[in-house]
Write a protein that binds this ligand. Structure first.
Ligand code: SF4
Ligand code: FES
Length: 373
């Protein structure tokens, strides 16, 4: 088996505009080592990225971070992506979004907004975020709806908010969201440090899953409910990123390009940078994008498994994080010889009292929020 000679073009680009962020969430899946603000790509460099991405086939970009609103040139960045013919979605905490700014972003071509929420209860939400933020989120949601942009809410689910599922759905309806993404925590980057505090038990997950099904029946499409699977608990490998180097690229704040947002920790990747190479070369030729493309890299049991064309052997970053070897079957899969690494955690951690969160630190943050460590 060899990697495809000419991979299909990518259609999505995750643009991590800045790792800076006013929130300090324990579940953050960004790398432990963040890129400093002084290493971020310039406006012109981002414009070049979008032009090349469009030529390559990209039709959609998530402008993300960290917090993209920290970029003073966000309006110019949105305009550059829109001018290249790429659909833009802003992925934000909502802090820093005000009426004038949103008007400018909308005029520049912004098409939709995805707002993070940590809990439906303000105090619980701010405890999870490690920052005063709930009122700003509520204001941001109202502003987005007032200019008639599609609004999605994104909630990372874990031990402290899975039981609030009904309240979260009610909140999404009250705030006028069209979509609610219920994303069970993925244990990469900073989130892995907080796994003991975040990992839910099987019962808690199954109660929440039932609630989601009931809401789906009851709402009959009024709110798009997306459930991102808790792979540790389910015992199934997720089709991470739709396959390695198969549909999307992630550009980090300093221009490093990865096949997925967590790949920075993988050995042997030689991650390329847009300052040194064209996106076209990066997508087709780079070691990073070809390393786990296709099936050649797979070992047993993936190699002979029928599901390999559906889940692509699961997540390479998770295999590496748990076993030290990115070529092994994702331990989340119940067929993996390493599956006990996951089941042991799911069987023990949620029974113990949750330790305090290790809040995310941002090297450039000079204004810690009062009341949080
Ligand atoms: Fe997927 Fe590999 Fe598990 Fe089969 S053995 S289900 S291909 S992760
Ligand atoms: Fe990197 Fe899954 S997050 S392959």
């Amino acid at each position: 088996m060899t990697p495809p000679a000419r991979p299909d073009p990518p259609w999505a680009l995750l643009a991590e505009l800045s790792h800076g962020c006013p929130l300090r969430c324990s579940y953050c899946s960004n790398p432990v080592e963040l890129t400093g603000r002084d290493s971020e790509l310039t406006t012109e460099q981002w414009a070049g990225v979008f032009r090349q991405a469009a030529d390559l086939g990209v039709v959609q970009t998530h402008l993300s971070g960290g917090e993209p609103l920290l970029r003073r040139d966000l309006t110019e960045i949105v305009a550059a992506a829109d001018c290249a013919g790429i659909h833009t979605q802003l992925v934000t905490s909502g802090l820093g979004l005000h009426e004038k700014r949103l008007a400018a972003l909308t005029a520049a071509g912004l098409r939709s907004v995805q707002l993070s929420v940590q809990h439906a209860d303000p105090a619980a939400s701010e405890h999870i975020a490690g920052a005063r933020s709930f009122a700003a989120k509520e204001r941001a949601a109202a502003l987005v709806r007032a200019v008639d942009l599609p609004l999605g809410l994104n909630v990372v689910l874990h031990r402290a908010n899975l039981d609030a599922l009904d309240d979260l759905v009610e909140l999404a309806l009250a705030w006028g969201a069209e979509r609610l993404e219920l994303a069970n925590t993925q244990f990469y980057g900073w989130a892995l440090r907080n796994r003991d505090a975040l990992l839910p038990g099987r019962d808690q997950v199954s109660r929440a899953r039932e609630r989601v099904e009931r809401w789906r029946e009851r709402l009959a499409g009024r709110l798009d409910l997306v459930w991102v699977v808790p792979d540790y608990v389910d015992g199934t490998a997720k089709p991470c990123m739709g396959g390695w180097g198969a549909v999307s690229l992630t550009v980090a704040p300093d221009g490093t390009v990865h096949p997925c947002p967590a790949a920075a920790t993988l050995p042997g990747l030689h991650a390329p940078n847009v300052k040194d190479h064209s996106l076209e070369w990066i997508w087709h030729e780079s070691t990073a994008f070809n390393l786990y493309r296709g099936e050649e890299w797979m070992r047993d049991p993936c190699r002979g498994c029928e599901l390999r064309t559906k889940d692509f052997g699961g997540c390479r970053c998770q295999a590496h994080a748990l076993t030290g070897d990115a070529t092994r079957t994702d331990p989340a899969c119940r067929l993996s010889p390493d599956h006990a690494l996951v089941t042991d955690l799911v069987d023990t951690l949620p029974r113990a009292a949750a330790p305090p969160y290790i809040y995310r630190d941002h090297p450039d943050d000079r204004s810690p929020v009062p009341g949080h460590p």
